[in-house]
Design a protein around this ligand. Sequence first.
Ligand code: ATP
Ligand code: MG
Length: 416
Amino acid sequence: MINIPKGTKDVLPQDSYKWQYVEGVARETAKLFNIKEIRTPVFEHTELFQRGVGDTSDIVTKEMYTFKDKGDRSITLKPEGTAGAVRSFIENGMYNGVLPAKMYYIIPAFRYERPQAGRLREFHQFGVEIFGAKGAQTDAEAILVADALLKKLGLKVQLYINSIGCKTCRANYNSALKAFFAPHLDSLCYDCKTRYEKNPLRLLDCKEEACKKINAGAPKMLDYLCEECSEHFESLKSYLDGAGVEYTIDPRIVRGLDYYTRSVFEFVSTSIGAQGTVCAGGRYDGLIEELGGNPTPAVGFAAGIERLLIVMEQTGVEIPAPETPKVYLAGMDSACRRKAFELACALRANGILAEIDHMDRSVKAQFKYADKIGARFVAVIGGNELAEGKANIKRMATGESESVAFENIVEYFKNE
Ligand code: ATP
Ligand code: MG
């Protein structure tokens, strides 16, 4: 017996409608904002993520699924969606096209993590990226897409925002952070000691309790923003106010990725504890140039679909049930079953969801089965019916039945 790999999950046929629902709402939401889908490969050259996600990020240092292909190239299964979208934006010369370039994706993402509820090794993201616009209005729009999605899904979440400034102001802040953390170095976790050297901002993102405690007293980026970054942040807040979106400023949000500048944000559900961040994003003005493109500002976010589904389940959000068969055609013997088969073909050709027996069950067992699969009608064809060219149609909800000629069956169900 070969089992499913650790940290992965099957979506079974009886559950896939929940995924389709969330994905459908995500697509509809994107459409409202005039955002079109981009599809990029599931794997990319490893270097794309090393440069695009950042050498000091947890993703690159610990979590990537990297392997050599048969041509000896280093390949990585995508751990997130932004790097691939940026690569494609550059490679396809999209800055020569219509800007802003808005795009969304629904992708599997792969990270070698310690599996827990809401934390998998293969998970799924709905992500949005907007390239080419630098104003805070666009940051607000990205947040509004996420907000619209979460509202349509019926989720109650809190929005946290912060600014992590730009290269200039962050340099000062990093020095302040280092000065603050220097006396605490011995108490920090192993990873944070490296972060201290390589990327102090990331110290604030640590999930270890001991580090979190120390972090609470750390200086705040917002106190170090340069004038332009400060104006950008004020502007973002005013757009959010104008849109009636509530938010809380959280100076500890820095995001795990190296390429973020200025706005960062997270939508957090209070109902699922540790893995409560359902959606996260921000501005990444430096990334496109970093990956070899013309300098282009950009902003985006990604929502974890598994986490959305967990929150929906835990807070009792009802997902519309999938359509059940309108009619089950039950046949008594093989001649009757053949007629049932033909009628099912005609019904389906007319867009009517019809089901028949595949298991050689008795009529009684077929009725039971029809009930189980939620068929609204059962059309029974016994020896007499076959001889008379009619089926006996029973409405399952009321038990009423009537006789309908074979040639009228399609019409009958079209009107039901
Ligand atoms: P976390 O802090 O929870 O590790 P992250 O900062 O690594 O999250 P991002 O890279 O910003 O997450 O990914 C965006 C979203 O994707 C997250 O907010 C979350 O909803 C989802 N996500 C991230 N990692 C996983 C995972 N391993 N399993 C399931 N969902 C995930
Ligand atoms: Mg993570």
